[in-house]
Write a new protein. Sequence first.
Length: 265
Amino acid sequence: MPLAIGAWRAEMSLMREALIAMVIFLCLASSAFASMTIWPRLPAKHRDDDTNTVVRLTANLFAVMTSLILGLMINSAKNTFESIDHNLHAYATELILLDRALRQYGPETDAVRQPLVAYMERVVATSSQTTETTIVANQLSERLLTEIGLRLNGLTAPNAVHGFLLQDGRQRLQKVLELRWILVEQSEGAIPWPLIAMLVAWLALIFASFGFRAPRNAITATTLLVSAALIAGAIYLILDMDVPFSGPIQISQLPLQRALVELQR
């Protein structure tokens, strides 16, 4: 996990995603079974073929709209996932280049590289920490970054070559700080909750149409339950991909691990 704040937000988002998936399953299953239970009790004029045709046509309309919304959600989650993956690789690359610039400067930067290596070790270690530990780890990481900046600014270049390397190191550190906070902000996800609520409402109407005039037997009930579970699971995976620091679909931590190996060489 690259960022302690991101880890904490990801844990909260993971709990929220699981809760949403459970609510979706209950809404779809209950709407289908409620429709199946209510239909035999309706007056005869509400159970004729014309009424059933209108219900089916309306359900088809919502099915098309639901397909479009799901496509938009998948595309949004995919773009978010790819953007965070790109920024994570850039983040690891900038850390390696910062270390290279400090090494080229000379042994005077050993005091700067020590907190840099300690920061990278903490960055890699926070992936398996709990929420409480993560908050503390984030405070320690902030102190390490501040210490790196103070020690780097305390250096005085003896010549033009060292001055160029020192300026390059400061620019690299600034880029690391920018990418770090970009990753923190991206950890919240990009799919708007009103869109999810609208999607669930449409799916509930579709499942209610499935229960309309459906035979009341075990095969029908099992089919409806399995379908509701699969759709809820699919939406859960989409939401999980939108917050790729937790859950089944996660950003690979290998770039950060490789960066740590390079810094420890």
